[in-house]
Structures are given as C-alpha cells and as structure tokens.
Design a protein around this ligand. Structure first.
Ligand code: UD1
Length: 338
C-alpha cells in the first residue's frame, strides 16, 4: 500500500517514514528541502534498508501538486507534516505561514477529495489548547485564541480538514503533538535545526557541545513545581509510531467519526529545570544556564491526557525522558563529529 508523507525529510516526518516502512508500507516522500537535506534520505535507507520514493516538490505549487497526484494515482493514505513551525518567525512574517501552511494543505485536499476514499493524518499541536484550565489536557478541552500565526495555521488547518471531510471521501485523524524530542536509536536520524535553535532540547545539546555559551531559562516565577514552565516531552519514535497506528485505524475503517482527534504526549509534565537535571544525569555534562525573563507567548503548563490514544489507538509512549535526552545528545555529538 502506497502512503504519501509530506515533509518526510523533516524531524518527525523522517522518523515516521522508517516506522511505516517497517510495517510494510511503500512510502513516497514530498519535501521541498526548505528545512531539511537530502542526507536524511540516506539515514532512512540505512535504517530500513529501503529507499523511499522522493519528489522534491513545493506544495504551494498547485499545478505540481496536480501533476504529482496524476502520476501517483494509487496513494491511499497521506500523512501531512510539511509546514513551517517557528513561532517567532511566524509573528514576523505571518503571510509566509498562512501561505505555506494553508495553501499547501488546500492544494493537497483539492486533489484528495477527487478520490472515492482516502486516509489523511494531520500534524496538529497542543498549541491549539493555549493555556488549558485543567491538567492533564483532554481532547475536548476548549480551543483558545492562537498566540501566533503559526498556532493559528494549526487551528485553521484542523477546521479546513473537518469541513472538507464532511463532504468528501477523506477520513482524517488530527494528531495534537506535545513536545517532540530525541533521535533514532541507530543515530541515523535526528533533529537538524537550522540556525539558533528556538526549542529547548536542541538548545541544550548545542550548549553542552560548546556551540552556545549557555542556556537561557525563560522565567522561574511561574506557578509550577520549581517556577519554570512545564511541558510534556515525547520521544520522536513514540510519536512516529502513533502515526502508523492512526493510519492503520483509518485504512481498516475502524474510525467512528470522519475526523478523530488524539493527543500525543507521554502524560507526564517536566519543568525546564527537571529537563536540565535529567540531561546532566544522562550526559554526565554540566550544563551552563542562567535564569532570564519570561519568553513572550509561553504558557505555564501543558501535559497531555493520553487515555484516548491509549484506548482507541492502542498506543502508548514507551520511552522515558532520560532515553529521549540521551538519544538527542548522542545525535548532537554525531552530527558535530562529521
Ligand atoms: C513551541 C511552540 C509551540 C510549537 C512547538 C514546536 C511557543 C510559545 N510554542 O513549544 O507552539 O508547537 O514549539 O516545536 O513557542 N525554553 C527555555 N530556553 C530556551 C528554549 C525554551 O527556557 O532556550 C523553555 C520554554 O520557555 C518552554 C520550554 O523550554 O517552557 C519548551 O520550549 P520549546 O522547546 O520552545 O517548546 P514550546 O514553547 O513548548
């Protein structure tokens, strides 16, 4: 069975491709290399022993998207990762985000709605909940006004998919990710942030590597266990496996609604200081850090209630924070040594 993975050379996309291949799916990747490199294809092939089909294509190019689907008319499932994801950049350049994240989605769906039936999985984010009132966050928690254009594209994306699914053969799963971190255990795949990392874990590993002087911890006056923000850090391989199970559910027609939503997290919250301590423990390195002011737009606490994914998808995060941090550290050391 042929499955399209858009953004399949990205961090979460590439890990999902190898999990799909391990389950016997034939994968076609679309990626425009805007935040990835062709080396990732080699990493995938080293792990799975199989080269996925690859099209260097920008989904904003409508005629190219049309051409793609006339060539690959036998695609039965699509996992749509391709999108821009830097919150700060989205505030500075909102139209880039609305164009890239939404026109790509629309062009894809325009082709997919021509099919009698197709399974569609969308990369959404816990950002849609904003600062939820109750922890852990359930899927029916209210969606709150987005903090950034990036967050807004995820909310609007979810709405577009829901509207289109109602009137087409598209069946969809929206996966709301918490904070994906880590790298593949083989060390052939991991995160490749371009420029100064905005996210916590790549910033930590680069600091431990000596590429950054010290980590700035954004605020220690939050109402949390130690004053720093709490997040739900999930190993990227666990997250990748959730996509495969969601796809199987759709392909085997087990879904009970045209669009189903699942949180994908571990269910456990960790503060920034707890992450630093865990990193120091697994790496044996002391991490230079300094508490600075709050980062605008940060929420205090977010961690998932994962009962729905556990019960309905039969999925559970298996890897610990320590394992995830160690894999991220191994990966950082590897990419700096070549
Ligand atoms: C961020 C986005 C989220 C997006 C996700 C994608 C914001 C407000 N949210 O999540 O919408 O889906 O990335 O990956 O940007 N921290 C530091 N120092 C740093 C970096 C981070 O203290 O140098 C802290 C942050 O304050 C936060 C935690 O570490 O408490 C995690 O930050 P980050 O990795 O950027 O993820 P989120 O902000 O949760």
């Amino acid at each position: 069975m042929k499955v399209l993975v858009t953004g399949g050379l990205g961090f979460i996309g590439s890990h999902t491709v190898v999990e799909l291949q391990a389950q016997g799916y034939e994968v076609v990747i679309i990626d425009n290399l805007s935040n990835s490199t062709l080396d990732v294809l080699n990493g995938i092939e080293k792990i799975s022993g199989k080269a996925p089909l690859f099209e260097n294509l920008d989904l904003r190019n409508k005629s190219e998207v049309q051409r793609f689907f006339s060539q690959y008319s036998d695609i039965e499932g699509v996992i749509h990762f391709a999108a821009s994801k830097a919150v700060g950049e989205s505030v500075e350049n909102p139209l880039l985000y609305y164009e890239n994240n939404l026109s790509a989605l629309i062009y894809l769906l325009q082709e997919l709605q021509k099919k009698t039936e197709v399974s569609f999985i969308f990369s959404s984010s816990c950002t849609v909940y904003g600062q939820a009132e109750k922890m852990p966050i359930m899927e029916d928690a209210p969606i709150q006004e987005a903090f950034s254009p990036y967050g807004n594209t995820k909310q609007i994306g979810e709405e577009i998919i829901s509207d289109v699914a109602k009137v087409s053969g598209i069946n969809a799963v929206l996966l709301r990710y918490f904070n994906p971190i880590g790298a593949h255990e083989t060390n052939f795949l991991g995160e490749l942030p371009i420029g100064v990392p905005q996210n916590l874990v790549p910033f930590i590993t680069q600091t431990a590597m000596g590429l950054r002087q010290k980590l700035a911890v954004f605020g220690d006056d939050y109402d949390t266990i130690d004053g720093t923000c709490v997040r739900d850090y999930i190993h990227v391989v666990d997250l990748a496996q959730a996509h495969v199970l969601a796809l199987k559910r759709l392909l085997s027609k087990q879904q009970t609604e045209k669009v189903e939503v699942f949180n994908v997290g571990t269910g456990k919250g960790s503060s920034v200081l707890e992450v630093i301590q865990a990193f120091e423990r697994v790496s044996g390195k002391q991490l230079p850090y300094q508490i600075v002011g709050r980062r605008e737009g940060d929420i205090t606490t977010a961690y998932a209630n994962t009962d729905k994914a556990n019960d309905v998808l039969g999925w559970k995060a298996l890897k610990t924070l320590d394992e995830a941090l160690l894999s991220a550290w191994n990966w950082e050391q590897k990419i700096r040594s070549v």
